[in-house]
Design a protein around this ligand. Structure first.
Ligand SMILES: [Zn+2]
Ligand SMILES: [Zn+2]
Length: 301
C-alpha cells in the first residue's frame, strides 16, 4: 500500500483536477467521453466489487471477473477486496457502531469522504472477513488488490497518449470525481433522503437520482432488505443498469446462478404498501371530529 499522506494528496488532486474542464478546449463529444468513463467504471464497481465480491449475487467466468474487477479498480477507489470487505461490514453494522460509513453514527463528511481517506495501515479488512477469506487466495485478484493504482494510472496514461490534456481531463479527471461522489452518495444520500419500501433496522432509502448515477445502486432500501439479489431495482420501472449487464452476461454464458428476489420479499413489499395505505385513512377520518371538537370548545359559554 502507498503511504497514506500520498493517497490523500492524490485523492484531492484528482478531485480538484476536475476543474480543468474550464481550462481545456471544449467539444460536445467530450460529454460522451465523460459518460463512457463514468458509467463503464460504475458498472465495474457495482457488478464486480459490490454484487459479486461483497454479496455473491451471481457467479461469473474467471476472465470476465478479472476484466470487470480491473475496470472497477480503474475508478480509483482502492482495491476490490478492501472495498468489498468494508462493504460487508457496512451491512453487518448498518447505521450502528462498527459501520465504517454511517451519517447517523459519524456525521455526513466522515461517511462521505473521511472514512475513505483513513490510514490504510490501520484501516485493514480483517482476515476473517468472507471477502478476504475467499478471494485473497485468487492470484489475479490479489494482484489487483496489491497494485490497485495500476488500472487508474494505465487509463490516465492511455487517455493522455490518445488525446492529450482534453482527453485526460474529460475522460479521467472529471469522471473519476463524479464517480467518487456517485459511489459515496450511496453511503450518505441513500441513508438520509428517499423512500423506504421496507422497514429495515437501518436508515436505508430508495432514491432514483443516485440510482441513475450509480447504475442501479440507488435502490438501496431494497438492497438492505435483501442483499443477496443480483438486482437492486426490484421492479421493471426501477432502472438498474448493472442488472441489465449481468443479464446480458448470463445470456451469453459469462454469468450464471443469478440470485433472484424471493417471493416472500415481494409479498412483504405488498403488505407494507397496504399497511401504509390503511394507516393514512383513519388519520384523515380521525382529524375531522377532532377539529369539530376544538371548534365547539371555542364557542363562548
Ligand atoms: Zn447502506
Ligand atoms: Zn451491499
Amino acid at each position: 500500500m502507498l503511504p497514506n499522506v500520498l493517497q490523500i494528496a492524490i485523492f484531492w488532486s484528482v478531485q480538484v483536477s476536475a476543474l480543468l474542464v474550464f481550462v481545456v478546449p471544449f467539444r460536445w463529444a467530450f460529454i460522451g467521453l465523460w459518460a463512457g468513463s463514468h458509467f463503464l467504471r460504475a458498472v465495474g464497481l457495482t457488478l464486480a466489487f459490490h454484487r459479486y465480491f461483497a454479496h455473491r449475487a451471481f457467479k461469473m467466468h474467471r476472465a470476465a471477473r478479472f476484466a470487470w474487477a480491473f475496470i472497477g479498480t480503474a475508478a480509483m477507489q482502492k482495491g476490490p477486496l478492501w472495498w468489498a470487505g468494508h462493504h460487508v461490514n457496512h451491512h453487518k453494522f448498518a447505521d450502528r457502531d462498527g459501520d465504517p460509513h454511517s451519517p447517523m453514527v459519524s456525521g455526513v463528511y466522515y461517511a462521505h469522504i473521511g472514512w475513505f481517506l483513513n490510514d490504510t495501515k490501520y484501516d485493514k479488512v480483517e482476515a476473517t472477513n468472507p471477502v478476504i477469506r475467499d478471494f485473497a487466495p485468487v492470484p489475479e485478484i490479489a494482484w489487483l488488490e496489491k497494485y490497485f493504482y495500476v488500472p487508474p494510472a494505465t487509463l490516465a496514461a492511455a487517455l493522455f497518449l490518445a488525446g492529450g490534456w482534453p482527453w485526460l481531463v474529460w475522460g479521467f479527471c472529471l469522471p473519476t470525481m463524479t464517480l467518487a461522489h456517485a459511489t459515496f452518495a450511496i453511503n450518505t444520500i441513500n441513508h438520509m433522503f428517499g423512500s423506504r419500501r421496507f422497514e429495515t433496522v437501518d436508515e436505508s432509502r430508495n432514491n432514483p437520482l443516485t440510482a441513475f448515477f450509480a447504475v442501479g445502486e440507488g435502490w438501496h432500501n431494497n438492497h438492505h432488505r435483501y442483499q443477496r439479489a443480483a438486482r437492486n431495482g426490484f421492479y421493471w420501472w426501477e432502472f438498474d443498469v448493472t442488472w441489465y449487464v449481468i443479464r446480458a452476461m448470463a445470456a451469453i454464458g459469462l454469468a450464471w446462478d443469478l440470485q433472484a428476489v424471493p417471493k416472500r420479499i415481494y409479498d412483504e413489499a405488498r403488505a407494507s404498501k397496504a399497511r401504509r395505505a390503511t394507516r393514512s385513512i383513519p388519520s384523515i377520518i380521525d382529524a375531522a371530529p377532532l377539529a369539530l371538537d376544538l371548534a365547539e370548545d371555542a364557542e363562548p359559554v
